[in-house]
Design a protein around this ligand. Structure first.
Ligand code: PBG
Length: 324
């Protein structure tokens, strides 16, 4: 018997594999998240996220220049405010680190796309993503606050605002507020499908944003659900979202695929802090080959259907893809 069908022929060497490769990862797929704080010349490593830093605005600008030089098209800006209160008012203060960083980066590196994370949990003294009514996060009164955050970030120079709070109706509310303030060309990247995930643990340390009581299960999605994800996507698109995000990434690639097949708008995926921390910890122990694990993981996100990958690995991956 002679075998006629031999898939291995297409795997014989680097060049043939490159010719038949179905998915290619590019530096242009990436967004790098940064954490900004008050002060100057601050660069403090985040313990559970090795090689990620709390940066003052001056250092954030320097990093943004490096990110641009690597060819990464965008950064997403998160911040730690100087004060917190019950409604998170520092989230729309034009003197807060996020607004100042957005303005400074826009000035220094005008072509770099700046995405502002629109949420309140880093800014409220209770750590929830909205305004409280007793122990309940009140949806509709939170929308007005989110509108202020989005407009302040647009005023600072953000190209895209990315609401991550999971309140109902926020995309329509933010679109209205942006348009009323003449920011018709500021896009909305919706964290449309955001699960109530344990994989956000290191981020909450980094952003000091863990809820002080309860959890986020009344607004973030149940990890067991996928039909609900498509409902969230449909609502956000009907309200005016330009980009749809699924978050976290690796344990939700089935959702990325389902969303990709159900819509014809750009899909983003957020490779979150816990996913990053696990890779870094195993690599630090010498248990895995970090470079191969990272490229394989990011490729799987692209293969599942995402156009945009937000990842703390983006800088390393950009270097590896460019063989630097
Ligand atoms: C704010 C927000 C979170 C993340 C992004 N925006 C945390 C949360 O919802 O608790 C998580 C990012 C990460 O884990 O890398 N709501």
């Amino acid at each position: 018997m002679t075998l006629k069908l031999r898939p291995r022929r297409m795997r014989l060497n680097d060049n043939i594999r490159a010719m038949v490769r179905e998915t290619s990862l590019s530096v242009k797929d990436f967004v790098y998240p940064i954490f900004v704080v008050a002060g100057s010349n601050v660069k403090d490593e985040i313990p559970s996220m090795p090689n990620c830093y709390h940066l003052s605005v001056d250092n954030a600008v320097e990093l943004a220049k490096q990110i641009d030089a690597l060819g990464i098209p965008a950064v997403e800006v998160f911040g730690l405010p100087e004060y917190k209160d019950d409604i998170g008012s520092s989230a729309w203060n034009m003197d807060s680190p996020v607004q100042r960083a957005i303005a400074a980066i826009k000035k220094a590196v005008p072509n770099l796309i700046i995405i502002g994370d629109v949420c309140l949990c880093q800014y409220t003294n209770h750590g929830h993503c909205g305004k409280l009514c007793g122990q309940y996060v009140d949806n509709d009164s939170t929308l007005e606050l989110l509108q202020k955050v989005a407009v302040s970030q647009a005023q600072a120079g953000a190209d895209i605002v990315a609401p991550s709070d999971m309140m109902d109706g926020r995309i329509a509310a933010i679109r209205d507020a942006l348009d009323d303030n003449h920011f018709i060309n500021v896009s909305i990247m919706s964290y449309a499908v955001k699960y109530a995930s344990a994989f956000y643990g290191p981020f909450r340390d980094a952003a000091d944003s863990a809820p002080h009581f309860g959890d986020r299960k009344q607004y973030q999605m149940d990890p067991a659900n996928s039909r609900e994800a498509l409902k969230e996507v449909e609502l956000d698109l009907s309200e005016g979202a330009d980009i749809i995000m699924v978050k976290p990434a690796l344990t939700y690639l089935d959702i990325v695929r389902a969303v990709r097949e159900s819509i014809n708008r750009p899909v983003a995926v957020y490779n979150v802090s816990g996913e990053y921390a696990m890779v870094k910890a195993a690599a630090a122990n010498g248990w895995i080959d970090e470079k191969r694990i990272v490229i394989e993981s990011l490729t799987s996100m692209k293969r599942a259907g995402s156009d945009i990958i937000i990842s703390y690995h983006a800088i390393d991956a950009a270097r590896w893809l460019g063989n630097i």
